[in-house]
Design a protein. Structure first.
Lengths: 426, 143
């Protein structure tokens, strides 16, 4: 039996997660810029080229970039099994992910088939390398827990997302005759409901009790959540691909999916309310905003089931899921993980007295400032589909968030480098 | 009869409770109370480390348990103890900012350590030490 450990033998070099985290803020800047150069309000219609390009910049370049970096750190710690080829693998994932995302977004924005046709094999390379390495590591691990199940299912959903994404991109660029609406719905459902939500759930089972000293999640919920969500997604896919799906089956699947999302978000909020740790913590607020957003997304989706043609509601739901749920949780986790990793790697290599503590690596007031900016982003995001001024403010706040996060992360990395240099000199 | 996993995990929870009280006191209460809560936390965690290092780990190794994981756990105990020494100085100097930074750091170090013990090491101990547990348990309670 292997011991789960943050030891040098199993955890990757600190540069592995940090290089993924450091690139991500640049994609927030690119998202803002892409939206800004689009004519009219890009949030008014779901199929505007700028909105499709910006969605992929934020979901691939920001969310997935950070999730892939974090997973390479988390898998060894959480399931006791590291990814193979730890030096080569990060490059084989990150470089094609950056290149593929840029090609894909510019292909959508400029309407150039050649860019889309180049994007899909490049992205395919990044994801096939990551997925095979992660599944190899997960299958090899002897650990048995609900987090592992949720992460495996999340990666299976990622495989489906990528396959459908590649098919759609190839189809767009070559003019293939496909059922684009159904395939795009299936692609989005697997990406957000599967890859993003299941990974967040798998990680939350461990970090929510750990960071705030809350009671653990109820066993029945952690055992059932990921499998139920995954099965409902598979049923939804089957229904989308069939010619005349029974309406009752669609309704049951949708309701079950959102009911479990509500259960997960409410349970997390209750556990956080029962926390033993009572001091103010900005990362906790990020987490709570994320869970409230998921609750909002679920309720809005349930309420708009009968009137599924309201396009602006769909855009609002997507913004609330991507920026409110996924981004809030990612920021909350980043602000805990980055200072701890830096402290841990410095502490391991040097004298304890000369190593800055977590709150000296990323000062707490900075995290509170970013939180306030993020709340403003979410408020304007809710109005953006209806009001051009809010759309402009949303672009501006995404730009500011990119600058702010980038500055914070680069400052933390620079503290790491300077301290390491100082330790090596003494 | 309480099992090894239940007893040792309850020890972690007791330390967590006391950690939260010390952190809260350093944040909001006077230093007199913060010092009392911190000392209680330090005593709890030291007692837990002794139960493991003086009784559980030697028994586990004698029963054929893995050497590597036990050494990693002992190394992490040493890391936490050095953090606690520094925190004691900060409490004595009434340095709220310094205490809060180290407290945050200790919490994550402590939690990832507990997770490894509860998910890996204690289950190994439970499978190897079933017949010795009664005696070990009584000795631990006496500490």
């Amino acid at each position: 039996m292997k011991l789960i450990s943050l030891s040098t033998e199993q955890a990757p070099a600190i540069s592995v997660p940090l290089r993924f985290f450091a690139v991500a803020p640049v994609f927030l800047l690119l998202t803002a810029a892409t939206l800004a150069i689009s004519p009219g309000n890009p949030f008014a219609h779901i199929h505007t080229p700028a909105l499709i390009a910006a969605t992929h910049l934020v979901t691939l370049g920001f969310i997935t970039m950070i999730m892939l970096g974090a997973l390479q750190q988390i898998l060894p710690v959480m399931i006791g099994s590291s990814l193979p080829a730890p030096r080569l693998l990060p490059w084989l994932i990150q470089i094609p992910l950056i290149a593929g995302t840029l090609l894909l977004a510019s292909g959508f924005m400029l309407g150039k088939p050649v860019l889309l046709n180049t994007a899909w094999p490049v992205l395919g390379l990044a994801f096939s390398v990551f997925i095979s390495a992660a599944l190899f590591s997960l299958i090899r691990s002897t650990a048995k827990n609900s987090s592992k199940t949720a992460i495996i299912l999340s990666i299976c959903a990622l495989t489906g997302t990528v396959t459908l994404g590649l098919l759609l991109t190839h189809g767009y660029s070559t003019g293939l005759s496909l059922n684009y609406t159904s395939l795009a719905t299936a692609h989005t459902s697997l990406a957000l409901g599967g890859w993003v939500m299941l990974l967040i759930a798998g990680v939350s089972y461990q970090v929510v009790p750990m960071f705030q000293l809350t009671p653990p999640y109820a066993k029945w919920l952690t055992l059932s959540f990921a499998p139920v969500i995954f099965v409902t997604l598979l049923i939804k896919l089957t229904l989308l691909m069939s010619d005349m799906p029974p309406r009752w089956a669609e309704l049951v699947t949708e309701n079950l999916f959102w009911l479990f999302a509500i259960l997960f978000s409410i349970t997390t909020l209750i556990l956080q309310h029962q926390r033993k740790r009572r001091i103010p913590d900005a990362t906790l607020t990020f987490f709570r905003i994320g869970m409230i957003s998921l609750l909002g997304v679920a309720l809005l989706s349930l309420a708009s089931q009968t009137d599924s043609h309201v396009e602006t509601v769909k855009i609002m739901v997507a913004l609330l899921f991507i920026l409110g749920f996924a981004m809030s949780l990612i920021l909350g986790m980043l602000y805990k993980i980055v200072p701890f990793l830096i402290w841990f790697h410095l502490f391991r290599g040097g004298s304890f007295h000369t190593v800055p503590n977590m709150k000296e690596i990323i000062p707490e007031p900075w995290i509170w400032r970013h939180l306030r900016l993020h709340v403003c982003t979410l408020l304007v995001a809710l109005l953006a589909p209806y009001w051009m001024v809010a759309a402009w403010l949303l672009m501006l706040s995404l730009l500011l968030q990119g600058i702010f996060l980038g500055y914070t992360l680069y400052s933390a990395i620079s503290i790491y480098r300077n301290t390491l240099y100082r330790l090596e000199q003494t | 009869m309480v099992t090894i996993i239940e007893f040792m995990s309850a020890g972690h929870q007791a330390c967590d409770n006391q950690f939260a009280l010390a952190e809260q006191a350093a944040y909001a209460s006077g230093w007199r109370q913060a010092e009392a809560e911190f000392n209680a936390f330090r005593e709890d965690i030291s007692c837990h480390f002794h139960r493991e290092e003086d009784l559980l780990f030697p028994a586990l190794l004698t029963a054929g348990g893995p050497n590597g994981p036990v050494n990693v756990m002992k190394m992490e105990h040493a890391q936490m103890s050095s953090l606690l020494d520094k925190m004691a100085t900060l409490v004595a100097n009434k340095d709220a900012k310094g205490y809060s930074g180290l407290s945050e750091t200790l919490l994550i170090l402590m939690q990832q350590h507990n997770l490894k013990e509860e998910q890996i090491l204690y289950p190994i101990a439970e499978s190897l030490l079933a017949s010795d547990w009664d005696a070990l348990h009584s000795r631990m309670l006496a500490m």
